[in-house]
Every structure is written in structure tokens, then in C-alpha cells.
Design a protein around this ligand. Sequence first.
Ligand code: SF4
Ligand code: SF4
Length: 433
Amino acid sequence: MLAKFLQSVHVPHHKNTKYSVPVRFLDVKTVTIPMSMHIGAPAKPCVKPGDHVKIGTLIGEAGGFVSAPVHASISGTVKRIEDMLMSNGGSCQAVVIESDGLNEFDENLKAPEVTDFDSFIQAVRDSGAVGLGGAGFPTSVKLKVDPNRVDYILINGAECEPYITSDTHSMVHHPERILAGLKALRKFYPKAQIYVGIENNKPEAIEVMKTYTHELERCEVKPLPSSYPQGGEKVLIYNTTGRVVPEGKLPIDAGCIVLNATTISFIGKYLMTGQPLTTKSITVDGSAIAEPKNVIAFIGTSVKDLLEFAGGFKEEPKKVLYGGPMMGIAMPDLDKPIMKSTNAILAFNEKDAVLPEPTACIHCGRCVDACPLNLMPTEMEHACEKKDFEALKKLKVNLCMECGSCSFVCPAKRNLVESHKLAKQLLREAGIR
Ligand code: SF4
Ligand code: SF4
């Protein structure tokens, strides 16, 4: 399926916040913490209105094997448990906590006792870790594989999406946490070669990670070309190991585990402190933002409060995104909360947000050249318009990772990626895999 070298595109980096050391936003009045901030079964609330909680208190138990527990991010009183409409159109329960202003940690938190593989996996599960680069897949599920099957562990520090710098700050400012996480991986996956993949437009992160990991056996920092989507899971696997994830399979089927840099940083911190996932480092940027910066916010903080803390807007935003401009999701309103997988909030003015009207395809083939998975974006778009499920299946639209490269290069400004998302949804609804 894949060519010798994967296609990529050069997108403007806009890393305006690369020197912005994250600042903490502590003064929140309430947080709304969704029970579904991960792929899989939502967590089940285990608190009730009136309960007093502290930072790190368990408020949602994992709802199944593919799930993750959820913890209080502030200290205070549970006000209510409500249904919440998510940005992806789905709904879930959310626990609303009113702050007591003390920001106290739960006194029962302590570093986990990790003595063997099983206790390591249990610790990762208890921590509430999910893919923090945006994917939200429960990390303990990803790690719970026979260590003999793991030839490579790839730490994804590519951060190829424009604007976002939160992973870079994890690597530059908390390398000791990443090292603690890597040491655990080294111990429990003894056969695996570890690569830390970082785009070469982040020289400071490369240097810091090299310094911190040089004594770790079979661990190498790999500078990668700055091209998009270098951080896509399949792209990173191919570009660092030369392996191809078989169609419809997982990275482990190619002997690989991929973890985002901030995820392994958090796991390292949890192993040292026992403090579960309650905060997130977020890049706030975009042409409508007055003062782009990185902010460490409690999970459940409203986007509106976060944006006010970050300095607000300098002009009216026409589009606000959870995540980067290539793969982010547009927010219907600013009352939505910061979630575990939120790594950026970007707000754009009219000039940057309003897309030009698409014109007819001129059959230039640029979208085909740009696709890292060698898919056929134009034909997929046609098949989607005609609801031709057989053709969509043949064209392997389900493999599309929604990276947006095809839309980005299209001179006719066709919104190809939205068409691919719709096609995948249509196939799902028709029960076709
Ligand atoms: S969005 Fe899908 S079809 Fe378009 S370039 Fe990315 S993987 Fe290929
Ligand atoms: S890049 Fe745009 S204009 Fe060119 S073939 Fe693809 S859809 Fe058509």
C-alpha cells in the first residue's frame, strides 16, 4: 500500500508560542468534567451532589476494558451530574464541581507500588492516562500487550500540527518526567528499541531529550523532517522503523507501540507522585487571540474562562477549534470544557476562518500526491457524493486518517477531508467495515 517514502506537505508552522513557558490558571470557580474524554466506554460517576472532593479524588470509574477512570481536578463540592452535549455531536454525563478555592490534593494520593508488568499496567490505568496528543485512546489498553510482541516503542514528539507547542514544552521543561516514564517502558518491554521522534524544527527539544536519555539503553532520539503529518501514527512508524501497519490493523500488529510525548511525561509524573490526570497544558493561539501563550489548566475548565485568562480576543473570532488547524474540531460554543486530550484552543478571525468557495476539480492530482497513505481523495469524494458504498470500500476510505493534507493542497479548495469523514460515517451507519 505504501510508497518507499511517505508523502507529506509543508504547512506553515506558526509556532508563535514556542518560547511561551506554560503559565498556570488556578483561579476557576467551577469545572465541568465529562465522563467521556477517551475512546471507549464512558466512565461511570461514583460521586453524588453534595460530596466534597479534592484534586485527584476518583469521580468516575472506568466503564469497561476500553475506558479510563476520571478524577476531580479541583477541590470543592459536587454540585450536580448533568448530561452534556459534546463537540462531536454525542452526549455524555459530566460532573460539575464548585471550587472551595483551596486547590487541595486528596491526601490518599501516593506513588503507586510498581513491582512487575501487571502492577505497571494497573498504575497506568489508575492514573487516568489516555492519548494526550488528541487521540484519547486509553493508554493502559495500548500497553497491555505481550511485551515479547513489542519491537519498537515510539515516543511521538513530532508535534507537526501548526501552532501547537504543548508537547515541545513537555519535552523542554519536564524531561525528568519523560525519563521516568521511559525507564519504566525500558524495564517492562526489555526487547523493544525506543525511539523519540521529534521534528527538526524543535532543536531545543531534541537537545534536551538527547541529554536526558543518553544513558538509557537502546533509546535513541530521532530528528525527523518538519513535514506534515509527520506525527500521524502510521507515518511515524514508517518513517522511524520502515514498518507498515497492515490495513485495518493496529500498530502492535507491526510490533510497535506509539505514545505521545506528553502522555509518557504524565505517566512518568504519576509513577513518581501518584497524582492522576487533572491538568492539561494547552496552546492558546490563532489570529483572533490577543496574547498567544501556553496555559496549564484544570481539566473541566470552560474554554471561555481559559480564553479570558489568556488575554481574550483582539478581534471577533469566526472559528474556534479544539486542536490544530489541520485536524482540529470546530467548537459550537465556548462553554465547552478543557478535556484530557485537548492540546490547543485556536481562535481565528474572519480572514483566516472563512474558506473560499470550492470550484470544480481540475484533475491536477495534487491531492493524490499529498496523501501519505496513497489513497485517492478525488475518487473517494465522488463515491461519497453518489453514496456508492462498494466504491468507498474499494477505495479504502476507512484507512483515511483525516490528516487534511489533500484539502490543504487542493487548488480548487475542495473540502475533501470533510467528504472523507462523511463517507466513513455513512459506512459505519450502514454497518460496512
Ligand atoms: S485526509 Fe485522508 S485522503 Fe486526505 S491526505 Fe489525509 S489520509 Fe489521505
Ligand atoms: S487537488 Fe483538488 S483539483 Fe486537484 S485533483 Fe485533487 S480535488 Fe481535483
